[in-house]
Design a protein around this ligand. Structure first.
Ligand SMILES: [Zn+2]
Length: 111
């Protein structure tokens, strides 16, 4: 999954928790689950944020590890991508900035 670092950060920081049910998805940066103003899009409940979702320093630190193509998580992903190519094994890359349905369709089409 390829996802722009700023979009990934926005998705974390944009998450909102419903006071009635934490399983009600709300995110101010994802159109499909955007809250109704400051209320839950599912039930109209009040929304809050998780403290760790708003910790920009922690998010940046974790993303620096993930997006590091020399020694980070992406380095291992690229290692296996190259290994798969040498072995003739399919390695699928998906564009993560799209909506869920588009990502699902892209995945199914590449299987
Ligand atoms: Zn709700």
């Amino acid at each position: 999954m390829i996802l722009d670092r700023q979009i990934a950060k926005n998705r974390i920081m944009g998450r909102r928790l419903c006071e009635n049910d934490n399983n009600h998805p709300n995110n101010i940066y994802i159109d499909a689950i955007k809250p109704n103003g400051d209320k839950c899009r599912v039930c109209g409940g009040a929304l809050t944020t998780r403290n760790d979702d708003q910790d920009e320093v922690a998010i940046d630190k974790r993303h620096s590890i993930y997006y590091d193509t020399k020694t980070g998580t992406l380095a291992s992903a690229y290692y296996f991508r190259d290994l798969a190519a040498k072995a003739g094994i399919k390695y699928i890359t998906l564009a993560g900035e799209k909506d869920l349905k588009s990502v699902t369709n892209e995945l199914v089409s590449k299987l």
